[in-house]
Design a protein around this ligand. Structure first.
Ligand SMILES: [Zn+2]
Ligand SMILES: [Zn+2]
Length: 606
């Protein structure tokens, strides 16, 4: 008992110490926005004697490749409380150390940013769009310190700030700790704000656009439909920490298309306008808002807490991103914002992606772990990703489609993927975190499997499903599953001869412009990227049309000879046994009464 009291005393003392520490203070100013840089001043008070390790993030939550944001930072100077300059060192490319200092250090630096999306910093005369990991220098070991952020109004502007940070004034905000700050993007600009309430929760839509107020008003009505449909899946909304959820949208010609989820907000950027790209913009709303449950609170264990010093690989992105990718268009259908044809095209796209050759080379879990190389990552060298990697977005979306239909199929519509998501929310998401910005009960893949066992009432079904489609190389029987809803999976070009999805570039001859997959008929012929096709079946080949003409004269199983020059210039002749074009489409057929009931339970509004 004495020991317990002793520990409690330490705990209280520790808490008091953190509470007593003055906040770390950031000040953002924009002396020359036309030149796309931001001035940052950061003060770290109440420091101990150890050297201060100032860091720029290497990664950003929700985007899984390394970005090494230190590359955009320059003019770095550190000062003590008395204003005297302190010397800094560069122990590695990612930060600055201040080896000796007093109780307080202020660092001043400039950071350049000219990419308007969910990952980077964008500063110009129209706004400052700030993703925190791209902009702020933080210090190792001070993760739990409270933080204050102050925005300085640029000359001749009347910008306002939209953010999930806690407001302490029009241009002053707070965060309880580093994790929450890093998760809180800010839009500082001419923001138009609308809000609505559902089930006592407030939703704010903050838009920077070139369109009209009427465009925005109409758009927000559709956003509310999406918010209601997604709330119906989970049965409730999370308790958003600042008291509201905020959509941060930049629909501007100079934006890059992106969506990025956060706990209590999302950043959505697009070069299109509401008038010009409505359906696509709403699809992003549906995807990103779903994340306020799935990934932000129903969180994979390998992403919690997020580590800003390295890439954060997860084996569960097929669920965190892929299931979200499935629900976005599904919710658009349930909100009656798209027609059935749009949904069947989505389903066909998911099935095609999941069936791509890469599924034989890596499992869904392994594809998720490729994210640090593929999600916003760029490789200098050639890779074989085009044939060996499937994005976990459509692959996971296809797995969600298979799981939703399987659950409905085996329960006659009584159990669905909605039940699984709700169960995951209740077990892992709803409790939230004892510290704001954290999740106390993140899930493992084994947890997801056991939850499926509970929801389906059949652990053996769950084990089999995970073994086949998450940890194995199986492809679900989509034709049978979709037929339950009166949707037919069929070949787009039945009986057409096919050599593989070869891209030819007419540059002098017909140069092969992509890597050949081992699953394509042409692979065995030895032809591959950079080789030049000259003749097929006796006909001169100068481009893609010539090859298509040859294929039209043949049927699957025919052999044709191909004359080509390999990339070293050596002439060769080979033979290809043609296959059948495997590409599929999904079409709605006139449903029986049972099929209609199945389809309605699945796709109609809640
Ligand atoms: Zn903006
Ligand atoms: Zn997403």
């Amino acid at each position: 008992m004495a020991r317990g009291v002793f520990l409690l005393a330490i705990f209280v003392a520790t808490t008091i110490r953190f509470d007593a520490a003055a906040p770390i203070r950031y000040r953002f100013s924009f002396p020359e926005p036309q030149h796309r840089w931001m001035q940052v001043e950061a003060t770290f008070p109440d420091l101990g004697p150890a050297g201060l390790e100032l860091r720029m993030s290497r990664s950003s939550p929700g985007r899984y490749s390394l970005h090494d944001f230190a590359k955009n930072v320059y003019d770095v100077h550190a000062f003590g409380a008395d204003g005297a300059a302190l010397s800094t060192t560069r122990p590695d490319p990612y930060g600055w150390n201040v080896p000796s200092h007093g109780a307080s250090v202020t660092v001043k630096y400039k950071v350049f940013g000219d990419r308007l999306d969910g990952t980077y910093l964008a500063v110009d005369e129209t706004h400052a769009h700030i993703n925190m990991p791209a902009a702020i220098m933080w210090a190792h070991g001070l993760d739990d310190r409270p933080i204050t952020v102050v925005f300085e109004q640029p000359a001749r502007t009347t910008w306002t700030v939209a953010t999930q940070l806690h407001a302490a004034g029009p241009l002053e905000f707070t965060a309880p700790n580093l994790q929450y700050l890093m998760d809180s993007p800010a839009e500082f600009g001419p923001v138009a704000l609308r809000q609505f309430t559902v089930d006592r929760h407030t939703f704010r839509f903050a838009l920077h656009q070139a369109g009209t107020d009427a465009d925005l008003d109409g758009f927000v009505k559709d956003v509310e439909k999406i918010v209601r449909q997604e709330g119906a899946i989970y049965g409730e909304y999370p308790d958003y920490e600042p008291g509201s959820y905020t959509f941060l949208a930049d629909y501007l010609p100079y934006a890059d298309g992106d969506g990025m989820e956060h706990r209590n907000s999302t950043v959505m950027t697009a070069p299109s306008s509401i008038a010009g790209g409505r359906a696509e913009l709403l699809d992003t709303v549906a995807h990103e808002f779903f994340h306020c449950w799935n990934v932000e609170r129903i969180r994979p264990k390998d992403l919690e807490p997020f580590d800003f010093d390295r890439a954060n690989p997860s084996g569960a992105l097929w669920l965190a991103e892929g299931f979200t990718q499935y629900y976005g268009p599904l919710v658009m259908q349930r909100a009656q914002l798209v027609d059935l044809g749009s949904s069947t095209r989505e389903f066909a796209g998911l099935i095609e992606s999941a069936s791509a050759p890469g599924h034989l080379m890596r499992t869904a879990e392994e594809m998720s772990r490729m994210a640090p190389f593929t999600d916003g990552g760029r490789t200098f060298e050639r890779t074989n990703f085009s044939v060996s990697v499937i994005s976990y977005y459509p692959q996971g979306g296809a797995i969600a489609l298979a799981l939703d239909l399987s659950l409905r199929d085996r329960s006659d519509g009584r159990v669905s993927l909605d039940d699984f998501m709700r169960a995951m929310w209740r077990k892992y998401g709803k409790a939230g975190g004892s510290r704001e910005g954290y999740v106390d009960h993140p899930y493992t893949i084994a947890d997801a499997e056991s939850t499926l066992g509970e929801v389906s009432g059949d652990p053996a079904f769950a084990r089999d499903f995970f073994a086949r489609y998450i940890q194995g190389h199986g492809i679900a029987d989509y034709a049978r599953l979709l037929s339950r809803a009166g949707l037919e999976v069929r070949r787009r070009s039945p009986g057409h001869a096919w050599i593989g999805d070869v891209r030819l570039e007419s540059r002098g001859g017909a140069r092969v412009a992509n890597l050949m997959s081992p699953t394509w008929p042409i692979y065995a012929s030895g032809i591959d990227e950079d080789d030049e096709l000259q003749q097929a079946d006796g006909r001169a080949i100068a481009g893609a049309n010539d090859l298509a003409t040859v294929l039209q004269r043949h049927k699957p199983g025919d052999r044709i000879s191909i004359v080509f020059k390999d990339r070293t210039g050596v002439p060769k002749t080979t033979t290809v046994v043609l296959g059948e074009d495997p590409h599929i489409e999904v079409v709605a057929v006139e449903p029986t009464a049972a099929q209609r009931a199945f389809r309605d339970r699945w796709l109609s509004s809640r």
